[in-house]
Design a protein around this ligand. Structure first.
Ligand code: ZN
Ligand code: ZN
Length: 343
């Protein structure tokens, strides 16, 4: 039996091939992938910005149906609707045992960036270890379930940001991640959520999903605007684009003791120089947030199961597996929100 797969080859080209369907080992599960979101990371790898082994099947935001389980698998059966946590951590290093499996020293990754990569979700059939699968109830469809990974990243970000009831928040960038962060900030009880975003359509969606005020950084000086409207600045500013200038916008919008989070993926050589005295004198904090832990993934699954987060407005385009290059083309041009591959 064979299944279709979009394989990124050594020549940096993606081709659709027929691949032998793998047999799950005793602790593994074979999934028939139904939906896989295209992430910026996939886009970066496709353009050669991260050095990873090839050939490889990318895609780390996927959901599907269980088709076959290994001998020792107890918690899943044929027909279950599942999503995969893409970081297979060792469970033994100091980060794993303290609940930060995203920082595991020996991690393997399904379809994503990392030193040790297994094939991911841009294919009809894929293998996932049982411990990396989570189940959904039947009110969640495959597209929604495919958001478990990005939502888990946003959960990790909000947890690390220490956002608390009544704080004012600036979110810089209303891409899919920014829009998930807006909704989580709302659940956490932010008293004001300000979103800075160039694209008018994305600003509108941000408003529908809980942003109180949106601004176009092409038209206003965002830090000045934020300091004016909040009478001094926000407690928390989250950079969700991955650029130096958007981080600067976040940092400069803080009040004293404010926290700036680097959430968007910066280029690996990106630098920003900060005068040290104000960090000392005004007690600013700079926080990073990377990927998803088992804990934040579990929370994301429950938020989706209970319809606490609305992910449908975040999907701007849907493609078949054969059309995956069209999704990357749109990302080249920065058009739209989440591109979903339906398999
Ligand atoms: Zn991703
Ligand atoms: Zn570990």
């Amino acid at each position: 039996m064979k299944g279709k797969a979009a394989v990124l080859g050594l020549d940096r080209k993606i081709s659709i091939i027929e691949k032998e369907i793998p047999e799950p080992k005793e602790d593994e599960v074979l999934i028939n992938v139904k939906a896989c979101g295209v992430c910026r990371t996939d886009h970066h790898i496709y353009h050669g910005q991260f050095n990873i082994k090839q050939p490889v099947v990318l895609g780390h935001e996927f959901s599907g149906i269980v088709v076959k389980v290994g001998k020792k698998v107890r918690n899943f059966k044929e027909g279950d609707i599942v999503a995969a946590h893409p970081i297979i951590s060792c469970g033994e290093c100091e980060y794993c045992v303290s609940g930060h499996s995203n920082l595991c020293e020996n991690a393997k990754v399904l379809g994503g960036a990392g030193e040790d990569i297994y094939d991911g979700g841009f294919q009809e059939y894929t293998i996932v270890p049982e411990k990396n699968l989570r189940k959904f109830n039947n009110k969640v469809d495959f597209e929604e379930a495919a958001f478990a990974e990005p939502l888990g990243c946003a959960v990790r970000g909000i947890q690390k940001s220490r956002l608390s009831l009544g704080e004012k928040v600036l979110i810089v960038g209303a891409g899919p991640m920014g829009l998930l962060l807006v909704q989580l900030a709302s659940i956490y009880g932010a008293s004001m959520i300000i979103v800075s975003e160039i694209d008018e359509q994305k600003r509108k969606i941000a408003e529908q999903l809980g942003a109180h005020i949106t601004v176009n950084p092409k038209e206003v000086n965002v830090p000045e605007f934020v300091k004016d409207i909040t009478k001094g600045g926000v407690e928390l500013a989250i950079e969700a684009v991955g650029k130096v200038e958007t981080f600067e916008t976040a940092f400069k919008s803080l009040k004293k003791m404010g926290r700036a989070m680097i959430f968007g993926v910066p280029g690996d050589t990106a630098e920003y120089s900060i005068p040290l005295f104000p960090i000392y004198y005004e007690e600013y904090e700079i926080i990073g947030s990377y990927a998803v832990s088992y804990e934040s993934f579990n929370i994301a699954v429950e938020l989706l199961n209970n319809k606490r987060v609305n992910v449908k407005p975040l999907i701007s385009h849907r493609f078949k597996l054969e059309e995956i290059l069209s999704a990357f083309d749109l990302m080249d041009k920065n058009v739209g929100l989440k591109k979903m591959i339906k398999i």
